[in-house]
Design a protein around this ligand. Structure first.
Ligand SMILES: Nc1ncnc2c1ncn2[C@@H]1O[C@H](COP(=O)(O)OP(=O)(O)OP(=O)(O)O)[C@@H](O)[C@H]1O
Length: 237
């Protein structure tokens, strides 16, 4: 879906020569330190910034030539502090729904605001939200209209264990129906044992990638997935 992508700001590349493949049902993780280019790559894949090189195709549709059509298949959970501070949660969901052309409650599971214990916050301005509350809203917005590809930019780091479990269960149900998920994170602990690939970014380049087979093999080893990733990070430093 992303081939040899380079992207950045004001003509300066901040990610370069990145390939990403997401098949139906995949859960791809972009792992990297702060400033490694995860958000920039997410913005490039979602068509928010233009590519300096390469191509992005979403569900077979080319982002550069037909961005409107390509974006219809994407649900983008923005970074929590990129949410519009002056809107309430309800207004934000209305805004996303109007862009998507769906209802503000058109989630892939019933009563998502109740499931995520978000209802008390619907009428409150986003500026007053905690990190976890912002993440819930960001995820709820991304899930509107059940898009084929979910892009989650650091969207799980601030959720408490129960909410994290519930969100992961929703993603698993979507993946079982053929939706794809890309999660960016700088926290190895949020990766999740059910991911199907990991791309490790360093200074805007792909430093290493792990396949589904390697991830599955690591689960049976002492320390599991986390030990495998940490060993690679140690080698990189
Ligand atoms: N809007 C912008 N204009 C110019 N440079 C930017 C902009 N956003 C990010 N950058 C630069 O691009 C590089 C990659 O930043 P990016 O936000 O993509 O990294 P990240 O891996 O998402 O970091 P973090 O984990 O801290 O969110 C950094 O050098 C950053 O300073």
């Amino acid at each position: 879906m992303a081939s040899a992508v380079s992207a950045g700001y004001r003509g300066v590349a901040r990610v370069a020569d990145i390939d990403l493949a997401v098949e139906p049902g995949d859960f791809l993780v972009l792992l990297g330190a702060n400033g490694s280019g995860k958000s920039t790559l997410m913005r490039a894949v979602s068509g928010q910034i233009s590519l300096l090189a390469g191509a992005v195709r979403i569900d077979g549709i080319d982002m550069a030539s037909t961005p409107e059509a390509a974006k219809r298949s994407i649900g983008y959970a923005v970074e929590p502090y990129d949410l519009p501070e002056t809107l309430t949660g309800a207004q934000y969901l209305d805004l996303i729904a109007s862009i998507r052309g769906c209802s503000a409650r058109d989630w892939p599971c019933d009563e998502l605001d109740e499931v995520l214990q978000f209802r008390p916050w619907l009428r409150t301005t986003i500026s007053a939200y905690s990190l976890g509350t912002r993440m819930k809203l960001s995820i709820m917005g991304a899930l509107l209209g059940a898009p084929k590809l979910l892009l989650l930019d650091e969207s799980l780091n601030g959720l408490d264990p129960l909410m994290l479990f519930r969100v992961r269960r929703i993603f698993a149900a979507l993946r079982a129906k053929g939706h794809g998920v890309i999660l960016s994170t700088h926290m190895v602990g949020t990766i999740g044992a059910d991911c199907t690939g990991i791309v490790f970014l360093e200074h805007g380049r792909c430093r290493h990638r792990w396949t589904r087979r390697e991830i599955d093999a690591a689960q049976g080893q002492p320390g599991g997935l986390e030990a495998m990733v940490i060993a690679a990070l140690e080698m990189a430093n």
